[in-house]
Design a binder for this molecule. Structure first.
Ligand SMILES: Cc1ncc(COP(=O)(O)O)c(C=O)c1O
Length: 417
């Protein structure tokens, strides 16, 4: 049996990650071992250099919220961010009391630098710059726009660990930044996040904040450790059965319904509300998983780049608009635009391959865009792209043969009505 290609279902998880999760599950004494969390921070220091301070927490969204609070952002302030993002980003801004101000995106799905200036007011305190799909933004250009305005540049590197702009690692280009180790990110410990701070004073403030946080519950941690184990079985059986009634799909449904597996975004967050479990320390067991994945970062990103290079050459097809090739990108997902995106998405699903749809609205997942203070037509490009976007997998667990099969099936899907 072969594992299915699915962009969002534990796409980075290899055999060693699964056996590590299993081992951790039966080693409760290591679950909240803070030395592992510090070890992960030191691993980041080795990767980025000793000029930067690192602080691990339970998620990217916690990291962003803590950064905003440490910067003193609160009611009456405005924070710029791009349309075409995850709900976790505007939610973090809103929960500080500040107002998210959306800026449209450019053809790289990143903030349109030319449109930043018109959104700046006296109240603007920070700008969140997201490197979408691992495609780096030229932060120097952003800096030129906000120069002399006391606006802090926060880099959102949730999708871009290892990407570079002009030979410099993303995360080191702005004033402060954060990474995510979510289930479908560059590296994964199911949940997890890291703050990179250049400023010692802000770091000390953040460290104190983190000291005061609680750990998540043991039950929650067990859920996360079960994630790689169950998903390896789900992916093996995802297409085993008839139509929608496959063993993998039914198992996934049941495991989530009975709360054995957690979801990436809670129902509360989709309504713009703070979830019950928010802002926690990163448990040692998840740090162990993240450290194991971090050792494979180079290999993972090399694979993503190779697969993307193949897509660049093999997907020159009428009906598909490929991304602009940008040096230093890692293409955590390969974004294409097509007026037939929904048809391709459904057709590939029938073939047993799960594509992605980030971001099929200017902010996802949220029940109503007004809940995250997004007004229709604010970001016309973001809205246009969200109607035609399709993310093709570049999972590091895929081979080039898998990528060839993906391309073959896309072509097949385009020829079907
Ligand atoms: C662009 C972006 N920023 C931030 C986050 C938040 O990261 P986390 O899921 O670790 O909270 C996400 C999550 O998907 C994201 O896509």
């Amino acid at each position: 049996m072969r594992r299915s290609i699915a962009i969002s279902l534990s796409p980075n998880c290899e055999k060693d990650d699964i056996s590590l999760a299993l081992k951790l599950l039966f080693s409760p004494f290591s679950w909240f071992d803070f030395r592992q969390t510090e070890g992960l921070e030191n691993d980041f220091k080795k990767l980025f250099g000793s000029n930067y301070q690192f602080l691990a927490v339970d998620s990217g969204r916690s990291a962003l919220y803590l950064i905003l609070k440490a910067l003193g952002i609160s009611e009456g302030d405005e924070v710029l961010l791009q349309g075409f993002t995850c709900v976790a980003v505007p939610n973090s801004v809103i929960w500080t009391g500040a107002k998210p101000v959306y800026v449209d995106v450019d053809k790289n799905f990143n903030i349109d630098i030319g449109k930043i200036k018109e959104k700046i007011t006296e109240k603007t305190k920070a700008i969140i710059v997201q490197h979408s799909f691992g495609i780096p933004v030229d932060i120097q250009k952003v800096r030129r726009v906000v120069r002399n305005k006391r606006i802090v540049i926060i880099e959102d590197c949730a999708l871009s660990l290892g990407a570079e702009n002009k030979g410099k690692k993303v995360g080191t280009l702005g004033d402060i930044s954060f990474f995510s180790f979510g289930r479908d990110k560059v590296i994964s410990s199911v949940f997890g996040g890291m703050i990179l701070s250049k400023n010692k004073k802000i770091y000390e403030k953040l460290k104190q904040e983190r000291y005061d946080l609680n750990y998540p519950s043991a039950f929650w941690l067990i859920q996360q450790l079960l994630h790689p184990i169950f998903f390896s079985l789900i992916l093996l059986t995802y297409n085993l059965g008839f139509g929608k009634l496959t063993i993998g799909k039914m198992s996934l449904f049941l495991l989530q319904s009975f709360n054995i597996l957690s979801k990436a975004v809670s129902e509360d967050e989709k309504k713009g509300k703070k979830p019950k479990r928010f802002l926690r320390k990163m448990p040692g067991a998840l740090a162990v998983l993240a450290r194991n994945q971090l050792r494979k970062l180079e290999k993972f990103n090399r694979r993503r780049r190779n697969i993307s290079n193949y897509y660049f050459s093999a997907l020159k097809i009428k009906d598909l608009q490929l991304p602009v090739k940008i040096k230093g990108s890692i293409y955590m997902r390969f974004p294409i635009l097509s007026s037939r995106s929904i048809q391709i998405f459904r057709c590939m699903k029938r073939q047993g391959i799960l594509f992605g749809d980030w971001y099929k609205a200017p902010v996802v997942p949220v029940y109503d865009l007004s809940l995250v203070e997004y007004q229709p037509l604010t970001c016309r490009n973001a809205e246009k792209y969200s109607r035609t976007i399709l993310n093709i997998p570049t999972n590091p667990t895929m081979t080039l043969t898998d990528a060839k099969e993906v391309v073959r099936l896309i072509k097949l899907c385009l020829n079907t009505k």
